[in-house]
Design a protein around this ligand. Structure first.
Ligand code: ASP
Length: 307
């Protein structure tokens, strides 16, 4: 049996015109580290669930990506993080919304899944679940990056001048991973700071099971990135699974339809990564680029940014 692992580092903040060779190399290196962290689990016979956890933690630890350290700021100058994880084996799922403190929000989501009877938590009790699970917490200076702070100032200045655009490349970003392990189980995990300048308290698609994150062994595992409100309204991730389940579409057909039609035609810029139970993968996006990478058993890891 073979394994597959796909990761993304978001579909935003990615204009080719503002990219430098050094930055580009750093993004590729970050994606490689995530692939390595996840593949180490899978090649040792570990579970898809552990692989996506490891890969997303590596991306959360990387300040270049909008999650964990390096998350974007709300309009109040705070960082509020969303994360989710789902096990395709039994559809168990956990999510945290609008939290600050745990170094790896995806681990907090997993703690909700494994240690509570709930699926989604926010507020002090979500942090309490993370604390009880023994997760590492960090202070503001750990999560802070100047680049994200400057992006907020730019966004606030544009808002004040009434010249705010909806350029997705300036605002967005997220990280995620999907995997199929050697036993044929699927899992997905996603983690984000959301949008630069989002309203405090806003929750995106990332922690919403079926919108930004989904896994079901019968069909596929999906992790999304993009304009979260649209991904929620179009139930992007579970729609891909439904098209496979009820319309008999392949993973690629289903994901392409949702990203290039449902989302693209409705202001839903972004993309998804997905894997099916046979280990097929697909990574469609309708934005200028999407930080992404994949590795399959017996193959070299591969990363890309633009088309
Ligand atoms: N989907 C995320 C959100 O809306 C942001 C992103 O992926 O760019 O919170």
């Amino acid at each position: 049996m073979s394994y597959s692992l796909v990761v993304h580092g978001g579909a935003g903040t990615i204009l080719k015109s503002t990219m430098t060779p050094e930055k580009e190399a750093a993004y590729h290196a970050g994606l490689f580290r995530a692939l390595k962290a996840g593949e180490d689990v899978l090649s040792a016979g570990g579970t898809a669930l552990d692989a996506v956890t490891a890969a997303v933690c590596a991306l959360e630890d990387e300040p270049l990506f909008n999650s964990g350290c390096g998350a974007v700021f709300t309009d109040q100058g705070e960082q509020e993080m969303d994360a989710a994880i789902m096990d395709g084996k039994d559809r168990s799922a956990g999510a945290v919304a609008s939290i600050f403190g745990p170094k790896n929000p995806v681990r907090a989501a997993r703690a909700v899944m494994e240690n509570t009877v709930h699926v989604m938590m926010t507020g002090p009790n979500a942090l309490e679940v993370a604390r009880k699970a023994g997760l590492e917490f960090a202070e503001k200076d750990y999560f802070f990056t100047k680049a994200r702070w400057d992006a907020l100032q730019e966004t606030l200045a544009m808002k004040q001048a009434g010249s705010e655009d909806d350029d997705p490349s300036r605002k967005h970003g997220t990280v995620g991973a999907v995997a199929r392990d050697e036993a044929g189980n699927l899992a997905a995990a996603t983690s984000t700071g959301g949008w630069t300048g989002k309203a405090a308290g806003r929750i995106g698609d990332t922690p919403v099971i079926g919108a930004g994150t989904y896994a079901d062994n019968e069909t596929c595992a999906v992790s999304a990135t993009g304009h979260g409100e649209v991904f929620i309204r179009y139930t992007a991730a579970s729609e891909i699974a439904s098209r496979m389940r009820y319309a008999g579409e392949t993973l690629e057909q289903a994901a392409n339809h949702v990203v290039m039609h449902d989302l693209a035609n409705n202001d839903g810029s972004g993309g998804v990564i997905a894997v099916d139970r046979a280990g097929n993968i697909t990574l469609p996006f309708n934005s200028e680029g999407m930080y992404r990478g994949y590795v399959r058993s017996g193959e070299e890891p591969h990363t890309e940014i633009y088309r």
